[in-house]
Design a protein around this ligand. Structure first.
Ligand SMILES: NC(=O)c1ccc[n+]([C@@H]2O[C@H](COP(=O)([O-])OP(=O)(O)OC[C@H]3O[C@@H](n4cnc5c(N)ncnc54)[C@H](O)[C@@H]3O)[C@@H](O)[C@H]2O)c1
Length: 231
């Protein structure tokens, strides 16, 4: 079991104030890590899409062994209706913000001799989705392939880069879906296991990919999707 222990390690989790980020921060802490909670709302306050704020944040944390790149947003509007500003904001947070945090953490991990980066992708990084959400889909597809590219670039630095791709999990982000019986019924039609993950299930996958048990895994995106992508 010590392969899943994080005693003596430090971790930064972005978007850690609520939802899957909070569950991951809590679990990494339970596994023994010292966790820096980074969020717009509380903890170390930082907008991940702002390069200066990201640099300041990682200066404050010092080198971390683990980065969980979890902060993310959605604007559920179809391609014909989404504004340029809304599109740009989703890409800025989900894609560019994730890159800025990975880079800032990796520079310090390189000096420290290695690390583990876990990105939050989505099943929407592999699928057009079940309703229109094009900016989100585009950003999460980018996370899947950026995970591969960073894994290759950072491998010589002993840094593993992987991602988790959840299906629908009930959080503030998905409340509009879960509170609409019709939308929820459609989601369940795409859920072969008949049960959806909770934030704790996402945290379990994150802990695995952040732990020494995953030391030979890099560049992969692990779906936690109750079978959504198997069809
Ligand atoms: N909930 C789902 O069904 C689901 C499915 C697939 C992927 N995901 C991904 O999981 C991650 C977490 O989602 P969640 O459902 O827990 O969301 P959530 O809305 O419950 O929490 C997101 C957190 O990120 C923070 N945040 C937002 N923008 C930020 C920014 N610019 N800088 C710093 N922090 C910021 C928010 O303050 C919030 O605390 C996201 O990347 C999301 O895309 C979620």
């Amino acid at each position: 079991m010590e392969l899943f222990e994080l005693k003596g390690k430090t971790a930064a989790v972005t978007g850690a104030a609520q939802g899957s980020g909070k569950a991951a921060a809590d679990l990494l802490e339970k596994a023994g890590a010292r966790v820096f909670r980074v969020d717009l709302e509380e903890g170390i306050r930082c907008d991940v899409s702002d390069e200066q704020q990201v640099e300041k944040t990682f200066k404050q944390t010092g080198p971390v062994d683990i980065l969980v790149n979890n902060a993310g947003i959605a604007v559920r509007k179809n391609a014909l209706d989404i504004t340029r500003e809304e599109w740009d904001r989703v890409i800025a947070v989900n894609q560019t913000g994730l890159f800025l945090c990975a880079r800032a953490a990796a520079r310090r991990m390189k000096e420290a001799g290695g690390g583990m980066i876990v990105n939050l992708a989505s099943i929407m990084g592999f699928s057009g989705g079940i309703y229109a959400n094009p900016a989100y889909q585009a950003s999460k597809g980018a996370v899947v392939n950026l995970t591969r590219a960073l894994a290759l670039e950072f491998a010589p630095m002993n840094i593993c880069v992987n991602a988790v791709a959840p299906t629908f999990v009930r959080t503030a982000l998905t409340e509009p879906v879960f509170s609409d019986p019709q939308k929820l019924a459609t989601v369940m039609q795409h859920t072969p296991l008949g049960r959806l993950p909770e934030t704790a299930d996402i945290a379990h996958a994150i802990l695995y990919l952040a732990s020494p048990a995953a030391r030979c895994i890099t560049g992969v995106t692990l779906p936690v999707d109750s079978g959504y992508l198997a069809r």
